[in-house]
Design a protein around this ligand. Sequence first.
Ligand code: NAD
Ligand code: G6P
Ligand code: MN
Length: 433
Amino acid sequence: NIKITVIGAGSSYTPELIEGLIKRNNELPIGELWLVDIEDGAEKVSIIGDLTRRMLAKNNMSHIDVHVTLDRKPALEGANFVCSQFRAGCLEGRIRDERISLKYGMIGQETNGLGGFANACRTIPIALEIAKEMEELCPEAWLLNFTNPSGMVTEAILKHTKVKAVGLCNVPVIMQKGIAKMLGANEQDFVLQVAGLNHFIWARRVLHEGRDKLQDVVEEMLSGNDPLVPQNIPKFKWPAELLRNMGMIPCAYLRYYYTSEDIMGQELEEASGQGTRGEVVKAMENRLFDIYRNPEQNEKPKELEKRGGQYYSEAACELMSSIFNDKRTIMHVNTRNNGAIEGLPNDCTVEVSSVITKSGPLPLNVAPFPKDTLRLIQVLKEFESLTVEAAITGDRNTAHRALVLNPLVTTGTVLETALNETIEANLDYMTQF
Ligand code: NAD
Ligand code: G6P
Ligand code: MN
């Protein structure tokens, strides 16, 4: 029987994961489910534990042993799958990142720009500590990483440990579902091929009924129907000519790069109104936990769909099942490049459509990117790889070299000040600096 361990299980997303496991009852013979958190999340994870037991009971799955613990080691011991979904520094850390970035005239976002860098520096040391424990306690386990910034965290683990890690994101899942709707097709009836870096991907192929329907999807997006955007990204219209002539479909996060000024305006307006995304999420989380606490509650509430990460469990549960059952389905995952994207190092981590086997993802190579787009990806990849290095070594010069590459980061004195303030505000987490 399978042992699944969830790190950061106090997350308000966990009921979605449980729902996904319940749906796959026939594919995944789970024996134990270990829900792990830290002192700060003790109350949340205990509420989630109780809700999990009620959800399982409702579905006649009470045979699964649910353990709630703040002690990681017994939870990792002998695990088959480890889902990582913790937030280093909790929501307070995210809100601080957003506010510091905005204060210095930069986009305030949890995975992009200065915020993404700060998040990586808080998170990577912890992620590596967990991976090192996995090498000892469950060397055969698969690590499914959701912890953001997902691409950089996965790269750190793949480059610096022996752990079999796969990075995940719900953005390609949202694209897959949105495109299915536009084509009026079932998800399994067409093939979507994406490539790029996490939160920096383009759809390259939409194969349906013997044709590539990518351009049809573009026209549909331009007609005002754009279901490819997660809830956390402000609503926005792509410049028509740009999109029409690209020959690819940019993921919603690429708006931050193609139209930075517009998003900046929207972010500033929101930050002075309803609050930053982190602040909005904090209020949402309180409401969700009020629902979870109710002893009558025994399913995932609708309200959870307002979070940007909706459908993430779809990816996690499907990945577990695909590995366990050697399904050879195509999924969009963060894995070692190995030549899939021409022009990037083999050993860097990329987000690409891959065939999922019992031995892990086999990435599909993509048609070469147009030169200008490739340059952009190379710059972002260099930013990511240097950020991973800075997060490990704590070398300020490496941090600085990383940040000047990022198109969303202002350079010069502003950067010096913003970087110092970021490190200062995160002293508890960024001990490497
Ligand atoms: P959250 O703030 O609820 O954090 C989840 C839990 O992690 C909390 O209960 C917290 O106490 C716990 N935690 C913090 N540090 C920990 C540690 N060292 N060990 C174990 N637990 C720890 O966050 P959330 O909004 O539910 O998101 C969780 C994570 O998943 C974040 O990193 C978020 O960015 C990420 N996420 C990623 C995707 C994706 O597409 N990759 C989608 C959704 C969420
Ligand atoms: C999705 C992303 C996640 C991100 C989340 C934020 O777009 O793929 O990586 O963490 O949304 O959602 P939230 O509701 O926390 O703002
Ligand atoms: Mn994501």
